[in-house]
Design a protein around this ligand. Structure first.
Ligand code: SAH
Length: 453
């Protein structure tokens, strides 16, 4: 029997959804080993033993997987942001592809082709958004960066390989500002102190930079100086905001924003449309991959101009609006009121007149629409990680759209929902994984379903 502190030899044969490698002992017990790679032969120290599985850590790499590379970030392994910087991007895509294939076949029991993953052209600096916690280090100086895995310990970093270079400039200027002023830093334990988070967004096409400071209170001391320093150091600075969050909570943003420079928003382009982005707006963090994902969704929707399109979980309307000119009518449903307002604004700005948006729970709104006799030709779904669930699938089935396009950020709940769709008379035609988040464990997918007559 395996016990704590045993040192064993292990071959890593698969990876978990969180990015841990997995190997099996001779007795068939699964051992999860963070930072390992499929193909590694390892000496592993057992840290914890459960009934049917165990956790271990690498003591020694006996024989490395062929796909191993030297991590290109000094914070990798401590920082909770990336899990895959020690394997090639090709191998990462293979692991993600496998994960989607396994979920569709094993969880969903669905026999549908999983197309090759749409890989990201950019593996470095692809993000356009960062929310960095600010804390106080052992030496009393401010630290800012990412939380360590499963922890609230801040890993102090000067730059992040996933973020645009100008975010590192904002971090540097913020540190200089803090050194020159007596703004204190928020302490999660006591709920005291001022500066909590540094939040940045970049319009990639427009190159417009938004900097937002989340504070426990109304503002920072010497905000004029801060704005001057940011303006001097950042030629693309568009706006600076202060967000007030006085709650003792893990939720990053409070409800109130105050603009201290510029107009409080930035703009960017997606699929040929212009979007206004506020600190609260949902906006895809990897713009180039979002365009590829939406293009695949558009291909699956196969609109001719005559259709009614229902876009459930529509956020700020981006997917539906990117297809509005190809259909007769667009109805978007989203539960967050601010996002619905953004969606309406986005429709107006882009001269889209055939769209309307409902602020409602998607399953409830769909049931209401079905009751009113709505017959959408195509339904798009983009639910959060927990998926859309059986009730909504049945309601969609009752409206008998020709096609359903399901965008998912969790292969497991996608697979479960595809099974519900099968029961409701929909065949999964194909699934395409899309890598929106290189170097992290996340993988997006888009599935096409078609009614079975
Ligand atoms: N399709 C959008 C947003 C997808 S994110 C885009 O690609 O930009 C998922 C969205 O579902 C979020 O905006 C979230 O607020 C919304 N949401 C979560 N639960 C919901 C529910 N029960 N009903 C409707 N919308 C919901």
């Amino acid at each position: 029997m395996l016990k704590k502190n045993d040192v064993i030899h292990l071959n890593i044969t698969s990876a978990t959804a969180e990015g841990s490698g997995v190997g099996k002992t001779e007795d068939g017990m699964a051992v999860f080993v963070p930072l390992s790679a499929v193909g590694d032969r390892l000496e592993v120290r057992i840290l914890k033993v459960k009934k049917s599985y165990a956790f271990g850590k690498i003591e020694r790499i006996l024989s490395p997987a062929a796909a191993r590379i030297t991590p290109d970030c000094p914070h990798f392994a401590q920082c909770g942001g990336c899990v895959w910087r020690h394997i090639s991007y090709e191998e990462e895509c293979r692991v993600k592809q496998q994960r989607v294939q396994d979920a569709v076949a094993r969880i969903g029991g669905i026999d549908a082709p999983v197309k090759p993953i749409i890989a990201s052209e950019r593996v470095l600096r692809y993000r356009n958004k960062a929310q960095l916690p600010v804390g106080t280090g052992k030496n009393g100086k401010p630290v800012m960066g990412f939380f360590a895995f499963h922890s609230h310990r801040i890993i102090d970093c000067a730059d992040c390989a996933l973020q645009p270079a100008c975010f590192a400039d904002v971090m540097r200027i913020t540190r200089e500002f803090l050194a020159q002023t007596d703004n204190d830093i928020y302490d999660e334990q006591t709920g005291k102190g001022r500066l909590r988070h540094l939040y940045m967004r970049l319009g990639e096409v427009t190159n417009e930079l938004m900097v937002c400071y989340v504070v426990n209170g109304n503002g920072l001391k010497q905000e004029d100086l801060l704005v001057r320093m940011l303006r001097e150091g950042l030629p693309n600075l568009k706006t600076v905001l202060i967000n007030s969050n006085r709650e003792k909570t893990n939720v990053i943003l409070g409800r109130k924003n105050r603009t201290v420079y510029g107009g409080g928003v930035i703009t960017d382009k997606l699929c040929g449309l212009t979007f206004t982005i506020s600190p609260f707006s949902f906006w895809q963090v990897n713009r180039a991959q979002a365009e590829r994902l939406y293009a695949k969704a558009r291909e699956y929707a196969a609109l001719t101009g005559a259709e009614t399109l229902l876009d459930l979980y529509c956020g700020t309307g981006t997917i539906g609006l990117s297809m509005a000119k190809d259909c007769k009518r667009l109805i978007g449903v989203e539960i967050i009121a601010d996002a619905v307002r953004d969606a309406e604004h986005n429709a107006t700005v882009n001269s889209i007149c055939n769209a309307r948006f409902l602020c409602a729970d998607a399953p409830q709104a769909a049931a209401q629409l079905a009751q009113e006799g709505a017959r959408p030709d195509v339904v798009i779904l983009d639910p959060p990680r927990k998926g859309c669930g059986e009730t909504l699938v049945q309601t969609i089935g009752s409206m008998s759209p020709d096609r359903v396009v399901y965008v998912s950020c969790d292969p497991a709940t996608l697979a479960r929902d595809l099974q519900y769709f099968a029961a409701a008379g929909y065949r999964t035609v194909e699934v395409t994984p899309v890598d929106m988040f290189p170097r992290t464990a996340h993988v997006e997918s888009v599935a096409l379903l078609s009614i079975v007559y």
